[in-house]
Design a protein around this ligand. Structure first.
Ligand SMILES: [Zn+2]
Length: 191
């Protein structure tokens, strides 16, 4: 598996909801391995970004499986935590806007409202139930990935689109995009 297996908008498969996983079979373990390979292959092709997380739907497998990097600060740590059938059981605090990107939305970043803190329930890669309370960036990543398992992408959360979108430039900086002129009618990006 590599980065070319990652599907991107406007592929409608991203909008389909994924099935719950019953048992953690060898196929699920292989799926996790494929997702890790695809994410790291994508990261290796990008100069300024980290492959922080991926949901199985992004490699066109409609199962509720999510992987999230263990260390957001260090690209050399190429390990992931696995979340099977993850769900938010409680959200706390305010909705806070911050930058988000997605391996399935090429080069576009947006300012997305997310809860500051969430409680999540899932199974780990051995089928054992895990519960965690996450804050800050991890809370944001969990909400983004759990959305993917339901066919939701980050752009869906942006109500006021006028000043919310940015393009990643070759030097790694973000440049504001004009919603009306540069995004709204661009079918390559948007659907
Ligand atoms: Zn995403």
């Amino acid at each position: 598996m590599n980065k070319s297996d990652i599907i991107t908008l406007p592929d409608k498969a991203l909008r389909r909801s994924s099935r719950r996983v019953g048992l953690i079979t060898s196929e699920i373990k292989k799926l996790v391995q494929d997702m890790q390979e695809a994410t790291l292959s994508w990261e290796d092709s990008r100069a300024h970004e980290m492959g922080v997380a991926l949901a199985a739907v992004q490699i066109n497998k409609h199962l509720r499986v999510v992987i999230i990097r263990n260390n957001f600060e260090d690209k050399n740590d190429r390990t992931f935590q696995v979340y099977v059938n993850p769900q938010v059981t409680k959200a706390y605090g305010e909705l806070v806007d911050d930058f988000e990107g997605c391996l399935s939305i090429k080069n576009i970043y947006g300012r997305v409202p997310r809860y500051e803190k969430v409680k999540v329930k899932a199974l780990d890669s051995n089928g054992k139930e895990v519960r965690l309370t996450a804050e800050g960036f991890l809370a944001r990543v969990l909400q983004h990935e759990i959305d993917h398992t339901k066919g939701i992408v980050f752009i869906d959360h942006i109500k006021d689109k006028a000043d919310a979108f940015f393009k990643l430039k070759d030097d790694g900086s973000l440049e504001p995009l004009n919603w009306e002129k540069q995004i709204k009618n661009n079918k390559q990006l948007w659907q």
